[in-house]
Write a protein of this length. Structure first.
Length: 277
C-alpha cells in the first residue's frame, strides 16, 4: 500500500511538471516569442567574442604600428640630435680655437703697433715742436729763420756755436691760430739743450705772442701723455714735485720718496690717499 502511494506521488509530480512546461511553451508561442536553443545562444556569444577579439586585435595592431612609427621617428630624431651635438661640439672647438688665434693676433697687433709707435718716436727724437710763431714769419726759408730765431729768443750767450737744422716745416691745417713749426736738429744734443733752456727760461714772447717749445711725439704717445694733465694740475696745486718721463710715465717726488706711475688712474689713487698738504 505504501509502495503504491509512492509511485502515485511520482507520477503526479511528473505529470504536473510536464503540464507546466507544456503550459509555458504554449504561453510563449501564444505571445509570439520563441525560445532560443542553447546552442544558438552559445554560437551567438562565440561570434560576439570573436568579433570583439578581432576588433581588439586590429586596434592593438594599429596602436603597435603607430608606436613603431613613433619609435622610428624618435630614433631618427635621436640620431639627428646626436649629429647636431657633434656638430655643435666641433663648432665650439673651432670657435675656441678662433678666439685663441684672435687673442694671439690682438697681442701681436698690439706689439707691432707699439714697435711702430716706438720707431716713429725714435725718428722724432731730434725734433722740437715750436708753438705760436706767427704764420709767414719764416718766409720761404723756415730752416734759416729758426736757426736765427732760437738763439735770439733763448739768449745768444747760451750758444757758443751755431746750431744746425736738417729741416723745418709747419704741420696741420690752417686756422685762426698759427700752425706749429717742427724743427729737426742735426745734432741731438743741440735739441736737448734748446729744450732745457726753454724750460728754464719760463715765459717767452715774440711779437706779443707766447712762444712754447715741446718735444715732437707721435699722436698716440701725445694722447697718452696728455691723459696726465689733470693729475699734473693737482700736483701743482699741492706743490708736489713731478716730472713726465718718456714715453708716458709720471714720476712724483714727495717727502723723500719717489713714485713712478704708468697710468693716470694709479697717480689719482696715490693723490687720493695723500693727507692734505
Amino acid at each position: 500500500m505504501a509502495s503504491y502511494n509512492l509511485r502515485y506521488s511520482k507520477r503526479k509530480k511528473t505529470a504536473k511538471t510536464s503540464g507546466h512546461l507544456h503550459i509555458s511553451a504554449t504561453r510563449n508561442m501564444a505571445d509570439g516569442k520563441e525560445e532560443l536553443p542553447i546552442n544558438k545562444l552559445l554560437n551567438a556569444i562565440k561570434e560576439t567574442k570573436e568579433d570583439l577579439t578581432n576588433h581588439i586585435d586590429k586596434k592593438t595592431a594599429d596602436i603597435q604600428t603607430t608606436l613603431t612609427k613613433i619609435e622610428s621617428s624618435l630614433n631618427a630624431l635621436s640620431e639627428q640630435v646626436e649629429e647636431m651635438e657633434a656638430r655643435v661640439s666641433a663648432n665650439e672647438d673651432d670657435i675656441k680655437d678662433a678666439h685663441n688665434r684672435v687673442d694671439k693676433m690682438d697681442k701681436l697687433t698690439t706689439q707691432l703697433k707699439d714697435k711702430i709707435d716706438d720707431l716713429e718716436n725714435r725718428s722724432r727724437r731730434s725734433n722740437l715742436r715750436i708753438l705760436n710763431i706767427p704764420e709767414q714769419a719764416e718766409g720761404r726759408d723756415a730752416v734759416g729763420f729758426l736757426e736765427k730765431f732760437i738763439p735770439q729768443i733763448l739768449g745768444n750767450d747760451n750758444f757758443t756755436s751755431h746750431i744746425t737744422l736738417e729741416r723745418a716745416h709747419r704741420v696741420g691745417k690752417k686756422s685762426d691760430r698759427p700752425r706749429p713749426l717742427i724743427a729737426k736738429f742735426l745734432n741731438f744734443r743741440d735739441k736737448e739743450k734748446v729744450l732745457r733752456l726753454a724750460r728754464s727760461r719760463g715765459e717767452m714772447t715774440y711779437e706779443n705772442r707766447k712762444i712754447s717749445f715741446f718735444p715732437d711725439y707721435s699722436a698716440d704717445l701725445q694722447r697718452r701723455r696728455d691723459e696726465f694733465r689733470d693729475v699734473k694740475q693737482r700736483l701743482r696745486e699741492k706743490e708736489i714735485e713731478y716730472a713726465l718721463m718718456y714715453p708716458a710715465q709720471l714720476r712724483v717726488r714727495h717727502q723723500g720718496s719717489i713714485k713712478i706711475f704708468s697710468t693716470p688712474a694709479e697717480a689719482q689713487r696715490y693723490l687720493k690717499d695723500l693727507p692734505n698738504v
